[in-house]
Design a protein around this ligand. Structure first.
Ligand code: KIV
Length: 279
């Protein structure tokens, strides 16, 4: 919905996201991985779709995002683009597709734009090397979203999925990284699992918008993983998550009703059956 309560009109652009921040209008972002959910997300008027590498966990059943390949991301992002032709779509670059060198990052991000038709890519981390990568991509005309805080591709180095920036030193480092990413040319930054006060002060110190997940209300927008937000991810209930629907219960009820009717012989009934021969 726009500020006046209506759904947004037309596909937002990079300029639009900056204007939203300037005007204090929250950016609504959501992940999607297939055509059906992408259609729903677009119909709901979401501003930005992230084809997250959370794909690995919520769709492909991996233990982490680390095994996800660029081919898998492109395959799913193509479906999302078909389902949401009027929404800004960002592809999450998977582990080791951008860390080795800026040149390799450019080749891989270029594939995302050429083969999946997405409008931007996201990369994790805000150190010096990542800023070089951002600069290389942006110089080549590829819009880049940053991601700091809990960066799931570094889960082993970070010692698990835990809130970042809780020490003075950690908070300072995240602020420095976010500013360096802005300087390098990102159009926005995902802040994941940060104390709310820190996320607010990072957001206030930047010109580009921040999009938070588990980072409190002081970010310029919010993003959630769609399976989590719609209650499809059984047993996943971190503090930051709110389930906005219970699709798991609805799906399970539907599947059990289907199984019962098939076993009872009541489905298909005559109204679901064809008669023949054709007249
Ligand atoms: O992969 C993903 O879905 C993400 C979001 C959690 C921001 O990176």
């Amino acid at each position: 919905m726009a500020a006046d309560g209506s759904k947004r009109k037309g596909r937002p652009s990079l300029r639009h996201f900056l204007e939203m921040k300037r005007d204090g209008r929250p950016i609504v972002a959501m992940t999607a991985y297939d055509v059906q959910f992408a259609r729903l997300v677009e119909e709901a008027g979401v501003d930005l779709i992230l084809v997250g590498d959370s794909l690995g966990q919520v769709v492909l059943g991996y233990d982490s995002t680390i095994p996800v390949t660029l081919d898998e991301m492109i395959h799913h992002a193509r479906a999302v683009r078909r389902g949401a032709p009027d929404t800004f779509v960002v592809l999450d670059m998977p582990f080791l597709t951008y860390q080795v060198s800026p040149e390799e990052a450019l080749r891989n991000a270029g594939r995302a734009l050429k083969e999946a038709g997405v409008h931007a890519v996201k990369i994790e981390g805000g150190g010096e090397r990542m800023c070089e990568v951002v600069s290389r991509l942006v110089t080549a005309g590829i819009p880049v979203m940053g991601h700091v805080g809990l960066t799931p591709q570094s889960v082993h180095a970070l010692g698990g999925y835990r809130v970042q920036g809780r020490t003075d030193e950690g908070a300072k480092r995240l602020m420095v990284e976010a500013r360096a990413l802005e300087e390098a040319g990102v159009f926005g930054i995902v802040l994941e699992l940060l104390p709310a006060e820190l996320a607010r002060s990072i957001s206030e110190s930047l010109t580009v918008p921040t999009v938070g997940i588990g980072a409190g209300p002081g970010c310029d927008g919010q993003v959630l993983v769609i399976y989590d937000a719609l209650g499809l991810n059984k047993g996943f209930s971190p503090k930051f998550l709110k389930c906005f629907a219970d699709l798991r219960t609805a799906a399970l009820d539907g599947l059990e009703a289907y199984a019962e009717e098939v076993r009872a012989g009541s489905y298909p009934a005559s109204e679901h059956s064809f008669s023949g021969p054709e007249a």
